[in-house]
Design a protein around this ligand. Structure first.
Ligand SMILES: [Mg+2]
Length: 203
């Protein structure tokens, strides 16, 4: 955080930022080969939900699972069960077995702790606590754990990013968003006038 100014709060993205997620998508496909059409439907539903702001988590997921079921034999209710009972648990298990925290992220977390900065994890997916525990990162060290869908949208929703600041009681100008995606995390920061540090994916 050498170039960032007067930072009091640091908002970390999770996937790809706190851990190296290279190869995870391919491993998910190999693990869940028996439900590839559902995996594909999940990707499409995410794309459909981009840039749509919902009033609540319930409305977001109602749209999301209806979108997953559109044109398929399965219902939104089946998609919902698959997502919560198969897809997310498989992702957490694979993170636990095959992913490591990014050293630069751990250094930043350490720096935050030493400087007494307020910290948060703001993810585009759920299961934030389970993923942090799978990585051996203590969830209790953060002041806030939240996902964008809980706030009714996906990144880079301005409304959600603003809610994160409000939940933290933080000012945008003294808040630093840290993420691996400029189009999601960087855009979230810019939408509310916060600072941004790109932890670009390793090659
Ligand atoms: Mg990310």
């Amino acid at each position: 955080m050498r170039e960032e100014r007067n930072v009091k709060t640091v908002v970390f993205d999770l996937d790809g930022t706190l851990y190296d997620k290279r190869g995870l998508a391919g491993r998910m496909v190999r693990r869940l080969w028996w439900c590839l059409p559902l995996l594909a439907a999940e990707r499409l539903a995410r794309r459909n939900a981009h840039y749509v702001q919902f009033a609540s988590e319930e409305e977001f997921f109602a749209f999301f699972f209806a979108s997953m079921a559109r044109g398929h034999w399965w219902t939104a209710s089946i998609a919902e069960k698959w997502y919560h009972l198969v897809y997310m648990p498989a992702m957490v298990r694979l993170i636990s077995k095959t992913c490591k925290p990014r050293p630069e992220a751990l250094r930043l977390l350490d720096e935050c702790s030493q400087k007494g900065l307020q910290t948060a994890v703001y993810s585009d997916y759920g299961c934030v606590v389970q993923k942090l525990e799978a990585l051996g990162i203590d969830p209790k060290q953060f002041d806030l754990l939240v996902s964008a869908p809980e706030l009714g949208a996906l990144k880079p929703s301005e409304h959600c990013a603003r809610q994160v600041l409000e939940m933290l009681g933080a000012e945008a100008r003294t808040t630093l968003f840290v993420g691996d995606r400029d189009d999601k995390d960087g855009a979230s920061a810019r939408a509310v006038g916060a600072q941004f540090l790109l932890l670009a994916p390793e090659n």
